[in-house]
Design a protein around this ligand. Structure first.
Ligand code: GDP
Ligand code: IMO
Ligand code: MG
Length: 420
C-alpha cells in the first residue's frame, strides 16, 4: 500500500488537521515527521473542536496508532498536558501514542531561549511561536541535544538536562545578559513529564517498516508548510525543519520509495503568521480584514491574527514541483463565496532569471481576476453541485499549478468535504 504523505503546500495552517482526520478514517498509523508544538491542527467533529499540537490528528480515530517521529522536536511537558486534555475529553489515547526514542526533546530552557532571542533581535525578528523549536533543532545539529530515550533513565536524564542547562546558561548570560536558570525550577515538571512520556518511547522507524511489510495503511502528517521549509522556504523567515515530502523519509526512518502518494494541502487563498515576505498579501486593509474575519484567520497555537492574501499560483507551482505532489486538496473555498472577484497570482513580473524564494520581497505578482461565485457552497456533496464560476476557479488553480485537485473542503466540519 505504501505511505500516503500529507503536506502543507503554503505557509502553514492550510487545514492539514482536517484533511489528515479525513484520511485517517481507515488508517492503521498516522505519523508526524517534523516540527513540534509550533503546530496547531484543528479538527471539528460536529460542534466539538480539537486542536492538536504534537499528537497526530489520527488520534481522534479509535484504533489508529499515532507516532511522533525522530524528525520531531518533542516537548514532554506539553505532550503530557495534551494527552491529559484529550483524556479529560474522553479520548483514551495513551496506548495509541508512540514517541521515537531518537527524537529530540524541547526543554524549558529552549523555550526561554526562543523568547529571549526573539525579544533581543529587533532587526531579524522572525515572529516564532516561542515553542523552543529553533533552539532545540540548533542543539540537535550541534550534537548537544537531549534525545527522548534518555527519559527511560531517570538519573541519566537529570544529568543530561543539567549538563545541557550549564551550556544554555552561558548563552543566556554571556550573549543576552539575562539571569541564568537552575534545574530546580524545572525538576518537578520534568519528572512528571518523564514518568508520563517514558512508557511511550518506541522505535518509530521499525514500527512503520513492519507495518509496510504487513501492507498497512500509513499516513504522515506534515506540520507548517513548504514555504516555511528551512532550505526551500523564505529563509530566514522559516521554521527549522523540512515540512515537505522529502522530510518524511529522514524524519521517520523510512525509504523514500515507500511513499506512494503525496497530497499537498492548499487554501483557496493564502495566509501567513509571523514576519517575512508575502507576495500576494492584500494591501487594502478593509479587504484583508474581511478575509481574515470570513476565514476565522487567527493562529490555532498562538492566537495571532494571520496575514491574508490571494492564491499564489507561482509559489503553488514551485511547491508542487519540489514535493512531487500527486494530487492537491483545496481548503476553505467556502470562505471566498462572499467576494465579487477573486485575484490569483499567475506570474511574478519582476522575477529575475530564476525564482529566488529567499528574495520574495523583491517580486511583484501579476494577478488575474476570477469572477466570484457568490453562492453558499458549504453544503455541497459533489463537484457537479459547484457553481460554474467556482469550477472555473478550481480549473484555473489546476492549470496554473500543474496538479490535479482530488478533494475540496467546504467548511471546518469533518464531513464538509467533496471528493472528486
Ligand atoms: P492546519 O495547521 O493546517 O491544520 O490548519 P489550522 O487548524 O491551523 O487552521 C485551519 C482553520 O481553518 C481551522 O480553524 C479549521 O477548523 C478551519 N478549516 C479547515 N478547513 C476548512 C474549510 O474548508 N472551510 C472553513 N471555513 N474552515 C476550514
Ligand atoms: P501548522 O502546523 C503557521 C511560523 C511562525 C514563524 C516561523 C518560525 O499549524 O501549520 P517556529 O516557532 O517554528 O520557530 O516559527 O514559522 N510557524 C507557523 N505558521 N502554521 C504553523 O504550523 C507554524 N509553525 C511555525 O509563525 O513565522
Ligand atoms: Mg495550524
Amino acid at each position: 500500500m505504501g505511505i500516503h504523505v500529507i503536506v502543507g503546500g503554503q505557509w502553514g495552517d492550510e487545514g492539514k488537521g482536517k484533511i489528515v482526520d479525513y484520511f485517517s478514517d481507515n488508517a492503521d498509523i498516522v505519523a508526524r515527521y517534523q516540527g513540534g508544538a509550533n503546530a496547531g491542527h484543528t479538527v471539528f467533529i460536529g460542534e466539538d473542536q480539537f486542536v492538536l499540537h504534537q499528537i497526530p490528528s489520527g488520534i481522534l480515530r479509535e484504533k489508529t496508532r499515532c507516532l511522533l517521529g525522530a524528525g520531531m522536536v518533542i516537548d514532554p511537558i506539553e505532550l503530557t498536558r495534551e494527552i491529559e486534555e484529550l483524556q479529560e475529553r474522553g479520548i483514551r489515547c495513551n496506548d495509541q501514542i508512540g514517541v521515537a526514542y531518537n527524537a529530540h526533546l524541547v526543554l524549558p530552557i529552549h523555550k526561554i531561549l526562543d523568547g529571549i532571542s526573539e525579544d533581543a533581535n529587533d532587526e531579524q525578528f522572525i515572529g516564532t511561536t516561542r515553542r523552543g523549536i529553533g533552539p532545540t533543532y540548533a542543539d540537535r545539529h550541534g550534537r548537544i541535544g537531549v534525545p527522548a530515550h534518555l527519559l527511560l533513565d531517570r538519573t541519566g536524564f537529570e544529568e543530561a538536562v543539567q549538563t545541557h542547562l550549564r551550556h544554555a546558561n552561558r548563552i543566556v548570560e554571556k550573549i543576552y545578559g539575562q539571569p541564568t536558570h537552575q534545574f530546580e525550577e524545572f525538576r518537578e515538571q520534568l519528572e512528571r513529564a518523564r514518568e508520563a512520556v517514558s512508557p511511550l518511547i518506541t522505535d518509530v522507524s521499525n514500527e512503520i517498516l513492519t507495518a509496510l511489510d504487513q501492507d498497512n495503511h500509513i499516513i504522515t502528517e506534515g506540520a507548517q508548510g513548504v514555504m516555511l521549509d528551512l532550505d526551500y522556504g523564505s529563509y530566514p523567515y522559516v521554521t527549522s525543519s523540512h515540512p515537505g515530502t522529502a522530510g518524511v523519509s529522514v524524519g521517520l526512518g523510512v525509504p523514500p520509495n515507500a511513499i506512494t502518494r503525496s497530497t499537498g494541502i492548499f487554501k483557496a487563498y493564502c495566509t501567513r503568521v509571523g514576519e517575512g515576505p508575502f507576495p500576494t498579501e492584500i494591501d487594502d486593509k478593509d479587504k484583508s480584514v474581511r478575509l481574515r474575519e470570513a476565514g476565522g484567520e487567527y493562529g490555532a497555537t498562538t492566537g495571532r491574527p494571520r496575514r491574508c492574501g490571494w492564491f499564489d499560483g507561482v509559489l503553488a507551482k514551485y511547491s508542487i514541483a519540489i514535493n512531487g505532489f500527486t494530487d492537491i486538496c483545496i481548503t476553505k473555498a467556502d470562505v471566498l463565496s462572499e467576494f465579487d472577484e477573486i485575484p490569483v497570482a499567475e506570474n511574478y513580473e519582476s522575477q529575475n532569471g530564476f525564482l529566488n524564494v529567499q528574495k520574495l520581497d523583491e517580486v511583484t505578482p501579476s494577478f488575474t481576476n476570477y469572477p466570484g461565485w457568490k453562492t453558499d457552497i458549504s453544503g455541497a456533496t459533489s463537484f457537479d453541485e459547484f457553481p460554474d464560476a467556482f469550477q472555473d476557479y478550481l480549473a484555473a488553480i489546476e492549470r496554473i499549478s500543474g496538479a490535479p485537485i482530488s478533494l475540496v473542503s467546504v467548511g471546518p466540519e469533518r464531513n464538509q468535504i467533496v471528493v472528486r
